[in-house]
Design a protein around this ligand. Structure first.
Ligand SMILES: Nc1ncnc2c1ncn2[C@@H]1O[C@H](COP(=O)(O)OP(=O)(O)OP(=O)(O)O)[C@@H](O)[C@H]1O
Length: 272
C-alpha cells in the first residue's frame, strides 16, 4: 500500500496546494488526478518528487520510506535537450547509481527491450535533442521505466501524442502496472482516457482534494462543478461508459466563447 502525506505549497504568498493528500493507493492500482488548468496537479506531482528526492518520509510503501530510486517520473511537456542518442541515454540512466567503471551486465539488451516494449526501436539511434514532442514523450516513458520503478508518476503523458499513440501508451502503461503489480499515479486531461485506463480518480479543485473514488464518481454533476461544462454519460453495448461533451452539452461556454462569431453569423435565433 502506498501512502502519501499531505502536501502544501505556497508560491509568493499564494497557496497553491492546501494540505493536498490522497487516500492510500493499493498495489496494481492506477489513480488519475483530474482538475482544471491551474488547479495544482503538476505542482502536486513535482512537489511529491522533490520531497521524495530529499529523502523526506513523504511517501511510504507499507512501512518503508519511498526513495527517489523507487519512482519513475515523466514530467509534463518532457523534452531532452541533450546531444546524445536515445540508446546511450537509456544505458546511462540504467547505470546512474552504478559505482563500477563498467556498465551493468545486459545494459544494452535491457535498453533495447524497453524500446521494443514501447514500440520505439526506430528512435534508438536518434539524438535526443532532435526528437519531436511526441517522440520525446515516448522516450521519457522508457527512461521512467528503465530502472524498474515501484511507482510510476506520469504528468499528462499523452499531451503530445497522436490518437493511435495515446491509446498505445495508455494500454502499455496500464498493462505494465498490472503485470508488475506496482503503483500508478498520473494526470491526464482527457477524461475518457482516464475512464478507460484508471482504477480510481482524484479530483483536485483549488489545490484541495475535492473528490476521490472509483470511476462511478464521474458524473455530469461532478463535471459541472469542477470544469463548469455540461456533459452526458453514454453507456456502450459492452458496458463501457464515456463522457460526452460537445457544443450542445457545453452550451453556456460555447455561447460565451463564440459570441462574436454568433453575432456575425446571425445565429442568434438558433435553437441551442
Ligand atoms: N513557479 C511558479 N510561480 C508562480 N506560480 C506558479 C508556479 N508554478 C505554478 N504556479 C501556479 O500554481 C497554480 C497551479 O499550477 P499547476 O501547474 O500545478 O496547475 P495544473 O493543475 O497542473 O494545470 P494544467 O492543467 O494547466 O497543467 C497555477 O495557478 C500556476 O500559475
Amino acid at each position: 500500500m502506498l501512502s502519501i502525506s499531505s502536501i502544501s505549497k505556497k508560491i509568493r504568498k499564494t497557496n497553491i496546494l492546501n494540505n493536498f493528500t490522497l487516500p492510500p493507493i493499493y498495489e496494481g492500482e492506477i489513480v488519475t488526478i483530474l482538475g482544471k488548468n491551474g488547479a495544482g496537479k503538476s505542482t502536486f506531482l513535482k512537489e511529491l518528487i522533490d520531497l521524495i528526492g530529499k529523502k523526506k518520509p513523504v511517501a511510504k510503501i507499507n512501512s518503508s520510506v519511498v526513495s527517489y530510486d523507487d519512482v519513475g517520473y515523466l514530467p509534463q511537456n518532457y523534452s531532452i535537450p541533450l546531444s546524445v542518442t536515445v540508446l546511450d541515454l537509456l544505458i546511462t540512466t540504467l547505470n546512474l547509481h552504478n559505482k563500477s567503471l563498467l556498465t551493468k551486465k545486459n545494459s544494452l539488451e535491457h535498453s533495447i527491450k524497453i524500446l521494443k516494449q514501447i514500440d520505439i526501436t526506430h528512435l534508438a539511434n536518434k539524438y535526443c535533442n532532435q526528437l519531436s514532442g511526441g517522440e520525446s514523450q515516448l522516450v521519457g516513458l522508457a527512461l521512467a521505466l528503465i530502472n524498474n520503478p515501484k511507482i510510476i508518476i506520469l504528468d499528462e503523458p499523452t499531451s503530445a501524442l497522436d490518437l493511435n499513440n495515446q491509446l498505445l501508451l495508455m494500454h502499455f502503461v496500464h498493462d505494465y502496472i498490472k503485470k508488475h503489480n506496482i503503483y500508478g499515479l498520473m494526470v491526464v486531461h482527457d477524461i475518457n482516457l482516464a475512464i478507460q485506463f484508471s482504477d480510481k480518480v482524484a479530483i483536485i479543485k483549488n489545490g484541495e482534494l475535492y473528490d476521490y473514488g472509483n470511476l462511478n464518481i464521474i458524473d455530469p454533476a461532478l463535471i459541472k462543478n469542477v470544469f463548469d461544462v455540461n456533459s452526458k454519460i453514454i453507456v456502450t453495448e459492452k458496458n463501457l461508459f464515456y463522457l460526452l461533451i460537445n457544443k450542445i452539452y457545453m452550451k453556456n461556454q460555447y455561447l460565451n466563447f463564440k459570441s462574436h462569431e454568433r453575432r456575425n453569423r446571425k445565429i442568434k435565433n438558433e435553437n441551442y
